[in-house]
Design a protein. Structure first.
Length: 253
């Protein structure tokens, strides 16, 4: 499986991935509702990156948050933002966590499973470290949702990479069911990721999705040029502003 090098991406990761206050509030509401967790719950943000969700969850929901990621450089960026030291930051392999059984009330992951060799093993590890009644929340762009989005349309090499490592809603639900999670449910979430078309173009200039760092310079330049031309002709197209994502939840009996 081809993988992005997040140690190299860390220095510019946040620039192309803005989360507006509206986005944060939207996802915090979803996390609180689907997890059912109360203030003080132990929350694992698995594959936390630079802490884009870890910090708001700790500050706004009052959970005791651990942010875990395989990239030390990404965690360094997260620590820089955690001025008050609210969060425990750990280098972890999601496929082989070193936490003891039943350590957390909630495990959350965002856009992680397509980066690992064995997504099913990650799900099993999440089940192990969850306490009884705990919730797993998986946030991702299912292949059926992203196949025709902006990046997969204008950068064909991106589509080829993600078609080779697809994550579908059915797959995630199956992994959860087979691991022993109950009451598995998936919801589609429409997120307004960009205020205008120009903001989307700027995000692509910052390589707003890690897979843009994995394609050839020629394919990247061609896609960027074509996107720029499309925006010039269709500056009000809402397709340029929104992302469709899925969140799948399951509960440990």
């Amino acid at each position: 499986m081809r993988k992005a090098d997040y140690n190299k991406i860390a220095s510019f990761y946040d620039k192309g991935r803005p989360l507006s206050r509206q986005n944060i509030e939207q996802w915090l509401g979803i996390i609180a509702r689907l997890s059912g967790a109360q203030e003080g719950a132990c929350f694992l943000d698995l594959g936390c990156g630079t802490g884009r969700f870890s910090l708001p969850v700790a500050l706004n929901l009052g959970y005791r948050v651990t942010g875990a990621d395989s990239s030390p450089e990404m965690l360094d960026k997260a620590r820089e933002k955690d001025i008050d030291g609210r969060i425990t930051w750990d280098v972890q392999d999601a496929q082989s966590l070193n936490y003891v059984d039943e350590s957390f009330d909630v495990v959350f992951m965002s856009h992680l499973l397509h980066h690992v060799d064995s997504p099913a093993r990650v799900i099993r590890e999440c089940h192990r470290v969850l306490s009884p009644g705990g919730a797993i929340l998986v946030r991702y762009g299912a292949i059926e949702q992203v196949r025709h989005d902006v990046e997969h349309t204008f950068y064909p090499e991106v589509l080829a990479i993600d078609e080779a490592r697809p994550i579908s809603m059915d797959m995630v639900e199956t992994w959860l069911h087979e691991t022993g999670f109950s009451d598995v449910v998936s919801e589609e979430v429409i997120q307004r990721s960009f205020e205008n078309a120009g903001a989307h173009l700027q995000a692509d200039l910052e390589k707003c999705t890690s897979v843009l760092t994995m394609i050839s310079p020629q394919a990247y330049k061609k896609g960027l040029d074509n996107l720029r031309k499309y925006i010039e002709k269709n500056p009000q197209d809402p397709w340029l502003l929104h992302d469709r994502m899925t969140i799948t939840a399951g509960y440990k009996s």
